[in-house]
Design a protein around this ligand. Structure first.
Ligand SMILES: Nc1ncnc2c1ncn2[C@@H]1O[C@H](COP(=O)(O)OP(=O)(O)OP(=O)(O)O)[C@@H](O)[C@H]1O
Length: 358
């Protein structure tokens, strides 16, 4: 059972208190704007060191205050009790695990693995190519920490190449083109493999819940070859165009991800609920593969994501939920959360940032 409790100091609208989380499932019931998402945000921050809603910590600190703190206590695989403390003071964030400062958030990746289902996930189905790539990159980073380094390296080389393009230093591009091709190829190969893995379960799960068969994820890398020499050639051939607009026009930062039935794009004709379901099934697959590849169960954080599904699809979606170590779920008061409740579920009423066990 990962999270045992969480304590707050000046964190958004949540009262300065400790909340006991010692249950397999924890539900938060409350009207809009009461603090349900804020608590999920705090648990996500304890897992990964950053918010899924903002990069600006000054938004997180309670209005009128100058610092915030979250202290989460969790039990690890060896049944040891650990503490994560995330704080922000004088414009600086500090993350500590068992009182030892964490310098690179990469160190936290498999501390308390969380899979978040939230409203903005819809972007992974219908958003910009960048948001769709983000989902695959995030999944890879959860399963394979070497990908974090490869991806960082790619972005660094790309940035240097773009600087050279801007400064019109074409004579220095040869070395960077080779490095970009080599690192970019590793990114493509890992993305391709992950998407192939996702496709093994994606179509089946999507059909099980929506009744629509054959929907799958299509990956189109920007580089059409996976041969280093051909890619370097391609970069040289496009160099003039790149120099003209001061940026690298091809590479994994331009890869495309689409949802198709056969060869036909699925999203343009899909309904709101069917689109929402795409993002829910993506998250389900993310959690499922995490368990398959690491042998560990994740914590699921589900923030109001079933609202757009009709009751029948909701029921079917809950039946394909991935296995979890702990589940946190938010509901509006009118929702039939009782239907999904188990004997192990703890239910909190949330009002004005206060949490009371029902
Ligand atoms: N920095 C802050 N300081 C004080 N209050 C804040 C801060 N940031 C957000 N809030 C308050 O937190 C509340 C929003 O809480 P939250 O996003 O958790 O809503 P929710 O209960 O999940 O509702 P919904 O169902 O609408 O998402 C709002 O009342 C907002 O004013």
């Amino acid at each position: 059972m990962p999270f045992l409790s969480v304590s707050y100091t000046s964190f958004r609208n949540i009262a300065d208190t400790t909340i006991d989380l010692l249950s397999k499932e924890v539900y938060f019931i409350g009207d809009n704007g009461q603090g349900k998402s804020n608590i999920l945000e705090s648990l996500y921050m304890a897992s990964y060191g950053s918010s899924f809603r903002t990069r600006d910590d000054s938004e997180i600190v309670r209005t009128g205050n100058s610092q915030y703190g979250i202290r989460a206590i969790f039990r690890d695989q060896k049944e040891r009790t650990n503490t994560i403390h995330v704080s922000w003071k004088d414009g600086k964030k500090r993350i500590e695990k068992n009182a030892k400062q964490i310098i690179d958030r990469k160190e936290l990746v498999d501390t308390v693995p969380c899979v978040l289902f939230c409203h903005d996930d819809l972007d992974f189905a219908i958003g910009t190519p960048e948001r769709k790539r983000f989902f695959i990159d995030q999944s890879l980073s959860m399963y394979d920490s070497s990908y974090i380094d490869i991806h960082r390296q790619y972005k660094k080389i790309l940035k240097s190449r773009n600087c050279l393009l801007k400064d019109k230093k074409a004579d220095l591009l040869d070395v960077l083109d080779v490095q970009l091709a080599q690192t970019g190829l590793q990114v493509i190969q890992k993305r391709r493999k992950t998407i192939a893995n996702f496709n093994q379960v994606f179509a089946r799960l999507y059909q099980e819940v929506s009744g629509i068969s054959g929907v799958h994820i299509e990956y189109s890398p920007s580089w059409k070859s996976e041969d280093e020499h051909s890619i370097v050639q391609q970069l040289i051939e496009r160099r003039e165009q790149d120099l003209l607009i001061n940026t690298t026009l091809t590479g994994p930062h331009r890869d495309r991800i689409r949802y198709v039935i056969g060869k036909t794009p699925y999203v343009p004709t899909a309904s709101t609920g069917q689109r929402r379901l795409l993002s829910l099934i993506l998250r389900t697959a993310q959690a499922q593969f995490y368990t398959e590849l690491t042998g560990r169960l994740p914590v699921l954080l589900m923030d109001d994501v079933m609202l757009e599904l009709d009751p029948d699809k909701r029921q079917r979606f809950t039946s394909v939920l991935p296995e979890y170590d702990q589940l946190f779920c938010t509901f509006l008061p009118g929702e039939p959360y009782e239907r999904y409740k188990r004997s192990t579920t703890r239910v909190f009423d949330v009002s004005g940032g206060e949490f009371n066990v029902r």
